[in-house]
Ligand binder design. Structure first.
Ligand SMILES: [Fe+2]
Length: 500
């Protein structure tokens, strides 16, 4: 398909959880990408909300691309004893998401395979011209693990060759979600809390028991039971939740690494593109360098990111990836001076400036920032966040200083979207950003002229400290702040200045 530069493609993911929309133009620029939840204030909102749809109204779309094939998704649900939860046709699913607004004339409508959308979101935003793509998620259509060889042909079109796959109900994501539910957390939402809890427990006894009872074959990613239905609440008694989390993390890592070993053995490329919700497991990600030389995980590897993937497949070629600041804009210069002033006087401040992050992590444009030095700052931030005490806060650090403070795992020279953990070399100085196992979830900031870069440079010049504590700016129980009005509500509730 040949596109005029002024025509646009809309990519949609939705209907299941964490709906999102992406707009790319005929030059391959991602000009907008956002999550429905940031507009509706419903966490992981499954459907495109009115506020998000309003952002799309200024465009005429040549193509609307859906992130999976609705009929196959519904067939899978019927097979697993669930009712279909969306229309069966591509047109119907798109209309369900876009509502009345979509009655206007538009161009073609297409739907792509769920895992191919994941793969395209990763490969076509990556710096690579050839890569091994690994997708590991919970459930979409039937695929649960896929390995692809991806490259561009002589005309620059992305070509994907499927090398291996595993199918429902054998799913690493469903396994991790089942344990998440078993320990009292919300599946398909709070897996990151399970991961944080793992460091407080021991996998010494629990991992072997979990593996022997649930896993049929690590090499082939086969389970003994369908974990979609969850675990018996009375299973694995005698273990603390922390030990179960640690055991699940250890078993998940064995499974993930067996997939990576298999993927590498195809010999297609030493570049890894890793996608799917399981790619958000930054603890497991630390060892990917054992299998691949260079690694790309885009900031939104889960289903929301597949709105980028569907649009990328319709576009067909490499996208011009810039950064993760793709959502709603709060205009104005990044408030560097105001933040420095607040940090020096109050040690903590919010910032809501520029375009909102696409992906689950606040990367500086919708962040609560704090001076990471000293023993008491964690409690100060927790007075606002009221998170479980076992969960650490993350550091955001000038990229050129990262090796002075953190031991970066092999294969990783940066972690611009908080994809990995690394051992903190100075936990004595920065206890607030160090987990109980001595690691930190690192965000590195290159010299890209971004607002958070300017702020870190000014903070370093003023204090000699090249990092800040960074956590998402959100009212408790709500998604991240999106607009200035949201920031005003945050200020009123918590008494913390939020600069724009
Ligand atoms: Fe998925």
């Amino acid at each position: 398909m040949k596109l005029a530069p002024e025509t646009y493609i809309l990519g949609i993911s939705g209907g299941f959880h964490d709906a999102a929309a992406t707009v790319i133009d005929g030059h391959g620029d991602i000009i907008f990408a956002a999550h429905a939840e940031r507009y509706s204030k419903l966490k992981n909102d499954a459907n495109l909300s009115d506020g998000l749809i309003a952002e799309l109204c200024g465009y005429e779309f040549a193509t609307v691309a859906y992130y999976e094939r609705p009929w196959l998704h519904n067939l899978q649900r019927l097979y697993s004893g669930q009712r279909p939860d969306s229309p069966w046709t591509t047109k119907g699913a798109i209309r369900q998401q876009l509502g009345a607004w979509y009655s206007r004339p538009a161009g073609q409508e297409v739907a792509y395979p769920h895992h191919l959308s994941h793969a395209a979101a990763g490969f076509q935003t990556s710096p690579f011209d050839r890569a091994t793509v690994v997708v590991v998620d919970a459930i979409g259509e039937w695929d649960t693990v896929t390995i692809w060889g991806a490259e561009y042909d002589s005309a620059g079109h992305a070509v994907y060759k499927k090398l291996w796959g595993q199918r429902y109900p054998h799913s690493i994501g469903l396994f991790y979600s089942a344990v998440t539910e078993r320990i009292g957390l919300h599946p398909l939402d709070e897996e990151y809390i399970t991961m944080g809890m793992a460091a407080w427990g021991s996998s010494r006894f629990s991992a072997g028991r979990i593996a022997s009872e649930l896993v049929e074959s690590v090499d082939d990613v086969c389970f003994r039971q369908n974990l979609h239905a969850g675990l018996d609440p009375d299973s694995f008694t005698g273990y603390t939740n922390e030990d179960l989390a640690a055991g699940a993390q250890a078993v998940a890592e064995q499974l993930i690494y067996s997939v990576m070993r298999r993927a590498r053995a195809f010999g297609f490329s030493t570049n890894l593109v890793y996608q799917g919700g399981v790619a958000l497991n930054c603890l497991a990600n630390r060892n990917l360098g054992d299998y691949f030389e260079t690694i790309w995980i885009m900031p939104c590897p889960g289903d929301a990111g597949s709105s980028v993937g569907a649009a990328a497949l319709a576009y067909g070629k490499k996208l011009n990836w810039r950064d993760a600041y793709l959502g709603r804009e709060i205009p104005g210069e990044y408030p560097v001076r105001a933040c420095i002033h607040s940090l020096q006087h109050d040690r903590i401040c919010g910032v809501a400036s520029g375009r909102a992050e696409f992906g689950p992590r606040a990367l500086g444009n919708r962040s609560l920032l704090a001076d990471p030095r000293g023993p008491d700052i964690k409690d100060l931030v927790n007075q606002i966040k009221r998170r479980q005490q076992f969960r650490p806060f993350a550091p955001v650090v000038l990229e050129e200083h990262v090796s002075e403070y953190f031991d970066m795992p092999g294969g990783w020279v940066d972690s611009r979207y908080m994809q990995i953990v690394g051992r903190c070399l100075r936990p004595d100085l920065y206890p607030a950003i160090v987990h109980v196992d001595g690691t930190s979830r690192i965000q590195t900031v290159p010299a890209d002229g971004s607002g958070i870069r300017q702020l870190l440079e000014a903070w370093y010049a003023a204090t000699g400290c090249p990092m800040l504590l960074n956590t998402s700016l959100n009212i408790r129980g709500e998604p991240m702040v999106n607009t200035r009005a949201d920031a005003d509500r945050f200020e009123a509730l918590y008494g913390v200045r939020v600069h724009s």
